[in-house]
Write a protein that binds this ligand. Structure first.
Ligand code: SF4
Length: 703
């Protein structure tokens, strides 16, 4: 579109290309960017409606502060707001130590913001307490990929490779609903005869389009993967040559799965022996085959082991790096969850995917930051643990929360809200008064996607430019400007430039030589329209769209098998909580819904929280579609609307997590390695609610 600004959707990890063209009313016209190779003009209903966020009447445009706990938030000047925050930081750190102040960032922050917030925590605050919302989303897949391949990039190949796969196995992934523009690549594969298999307790839109649907019990995907590997070994279908040439550790995995015989796997997972055998034979006989996992497989207390089991299967079949259309990948979710951990917003990581615990990594990053390595804090604890420890010895008393809404998005959310309320000072930077911002003592209004410059990294490791299409409203600032102003008040302003291009160039230097090497991806190359995937170690390098074609990034060049066993760690149903609850995304809303629940069309399409239940579960309880029902777990309860559907297992309830209080239900049991919570399964009871009780609507949810 002539004269329009090319940028990207503000929501999910696909980062669809969009055009924003000026209009007289100040709200730009938003259309799909036809030439952008990820979505090729396609957008989902969230993306199509994203322009309404610009100029939204609920937009924050002045800083707000609370004079005392219990008093309402009131408008204050920027200087007043920033002075309050800086003096609270100094006072608190003097009295309780550096770790008494912490930072938590959203998974949608640009690369520059993620980099700068991680640096702000380590250099301006010198605190170990920093983490980000991507911990809740992709960390188990990241751990598993790092162990197996020595690198974590959501998809190690371009999304378009899905079209070249003769067989695709999607485990706990529903792109047809959650990222519909991605579906075009799967559709292209089906049109030329590819076979698609979906593992999911629900018959999702993706499962309906597939050739085979394995309706597994939530929390049993590890058993399923190991059971498939057992069949591959028994039938002589593993790729012995690939295993010998490109991997190490297979023998231990072979021993670990020797008791995962098919009828045992059927009893554990609910997937028939016939389906197991047919699935394995399809994968093993295909010229090209892909195994893709997503949150359905990953958000469990054994999420890292579960992803590892699927990677073991992929390696045993010789898929990663074999040819175009083969491999393993994770379909990541949040807009820049990938960039957030590459650039050091995770508790244990430094920019370039370096490790805070590694002396060499510390020295390299400290040199770029102009500080001594000893000034850097040690690795901190994970997101939920940070919240859990608020107010305790070594825990936070002041929190800077950047563009995240954990009161809705964290597990065991009642507990998280209680802990946030126990802070001495909660500072939220955001552009809407989210449920978490409502708890804040200071709220700092920020720019949003169409008003700012920067870069993001999508699920393929493709680096993208976010471009300003409209001026920001008077009175709001970018996060980079806010952290610069705070750092100045803390005596470290010279370390925190506010220009995103300057920050990006520093990020490139800090990443040089690291796993996620951006040093060759210049702002100018991105603006010239080059398609660049990291790693890209110099400005003549073409980037790396496909990893593993020659070797894996380990010293010996080999991928690692890691033996894992199914232990049934999921919270199981009992007499009091007789069903399994699983959560996920709907077609209409994004993450905590702080943005999409404020959109007219999206809110009209799905105004309130609902749960999908099977008619056989509903009938004995006297529940009809549209009734208010109460879901109760060991942590809390919520009233939602019942949607009866035979697309869900009769022992399982599905509830989307975009509304307040839904995550009061979910479990905060953490994966031992990744520290990712178990959002995807817990035991639940379902009761019909007195007809006088209504499902709370959006406005009531916002207090
Ligand atoms: Fe935006 Fe994701 Fe929808 Fe694309 S699929 S339009 S990136 S929400």
């Amino acid at each position: 579109m002539a004269g329009a600004t090319r940028t990207h959707c503000p929501y999910c990890s696909l980062q669809c290309g969009i055009h924003l063209a000026s209009r007289d009313n100040g709200i730009p016209e938003l259309t799909g960017w036809e030439d952008f190779p990820v979505n090729r003009g396609g957008l989902c209903m969230k993306g199509v409606n994203a322009a309404e966020l610009i100029g939204h009447p609920e937009r924050l445009t002045v800083p707000l502060a609370r004079d005392r706990p219990g008093l309402p938030l009131r408008p204050v000047s920027w200087d007043d707001a920033l002075d309050r925050v800086a003096s609270a930081i100094k006072r608190t750190q003097q009295r309780y130590g550096r770790n008494a102040v912490g930072c938590f960032g959203g998974g949608g922050l640009t690369n520059e913001k993620a980099y700068q917030l991680g640096k702000f925590a380590r250099v301006a605050l010198r605190t170990a307490n920093v983490d980000y919302n991507g911990r809740f989303c992709m960390s188990s897949a990241a751990e598993a990929a790092n162990q197996a391949f020595g690198i974590d990039r959501g998809l190690p190949f371009p999304l378009s490779d899905l079209a070249a796969a003769d067989v695709v196995l999607l485990v706990g992934s529903n792109p047809a609903d959650t990222m519909p523009p991605a579906e075009q690549w799967l559709e292209a594969g089906r049109e030329r005869g590819a076979c698609h298999i979906v593992v999911d307790p629900r018959q999702t839109s993706t499962a309906k389009l597939a050739h085979r649907h394995l309706r597994s019990l939530p929390g049993t995907d590890l058993a399923l993967a190991n059971g498939l590997l057992y069949i591959a070994i028994r039938e002589g279908l593993v790729d012995q040559d690939y295993i010998a040439r490109r991997t190490t550790g297979f023998e231990a995995v072979r021993r670990a799965v020797r008791a995962d015989w098919p009828d045992r796997t059927e009893r554990t997972t609910g997937v028939s022996v016939a389906d197991l055998t047919a699935t394995l034979r399809a994968l093993a006989s295909a010229r090209s085959a892909m195994i893709l996992t997503a949150r359905g497989a990953e958000q469990h207390a054994d999420g890292t082991a579960t992803v590892t089991a699927w990677i073991n299967l992929a390696l045993a079949l010789g898929l990663p790096g074999r040819n175009r259309g083969s491999g393993w990948g994770t379909v990541t979710g949040q807009g820049n969850g990938q960039g957030g951990r590459e650039h050091g917003l995770k508790a244990d990581q430094l920019p370039g995917y370096r490790k805070l615990a590694d002396p060499t990594d510390r020295a390299q990053v400290a040199a770029v930051w102009g500080i001594r390595p000893g000034e850097l804090p040690e690795p901190g604890v994970s997101a939920y643990e940070m919240f859990e420890r608020i107010g305790t010895e070594g825990g936070m008393r002041v929190l800077l929360l950047g563009a995240s809404n954990p009161v809705v998005s964290a597990p065991n959310a009642t507990r998280v809200a209680e802990r946030l309320a126990a802070l001495d000072l909660l500072v939220v930077t955001d552009f809407f008064l989210s449920e978490s911002a409502r708890l804040a003592d200071v709220v700092l209004p920020t720019t949003q996607f169409a008003e700012e410059e920067g870069t993001l990294t999508n699920l393929e490791g493709r680096v993208l430019r976010r471009r300003r299409a409209v001026p920001a409203p008077p009175g709001v600032r970018t996060e980079l400007e806010i952290w610069h102003a705070l750092a100045e008040r803390l005596g470290r302003g010279e370390h925190f430039p506010a220009d995103p291009r300057v920050v990006y160039d520093e990020l490139r230097r800090a990443s040089a030589g690291g796993i996620a090497d951006y040093s060759g991806i210049s702002w100018d190359r991105l603006d010239a329209g080059e398609e660049l995937f990291w790693p890209c170690p110099d400005e003549t390098h073409p980037g790396t769209p496909r990893l593993f074609t020659e070797s894996f990034p380990a010293p010996d060049g080999r991928a690692r098998f890691v033996a894992v066993s199914y232990r049934g760690t999921t919270e199981r149903p009992d007499d009091r909580y007789p069903y399994l609850l699983t959560t996920g995304r709907s077609r209409t809303h994004y993450q905590s819904g702080a943005q999409t629940r404020r959109n007219t069309a999206l809110a009209a399409a799905e105004p309130n929280a609902y749960a999908e239940i099977h008619p056989e579960l509903a009938a004995p309880l006297g529940i009809a579609s549209g009734d208010a029902i109460r879901l109760t777990t060991r942590r809390g309860s919520v009233v939602v609307t019942a949607r009866l559907t035979d697309a869900i297992r009769s022992d399982t309830v599905f509830v989307p997590f975009h509304w307040p209080r839904v995550n009061n239900l979910t479990s905060a049991r953490l994966d031992l390695t990744s520290r990712m919570p178990e959002f995807k399964s817990c035991a639940v009871s379902v009761t019909a609610v007195n007809s006088r009780v209504r499902v709370p609507d959006f406005k009531e949810n916002h207090g």
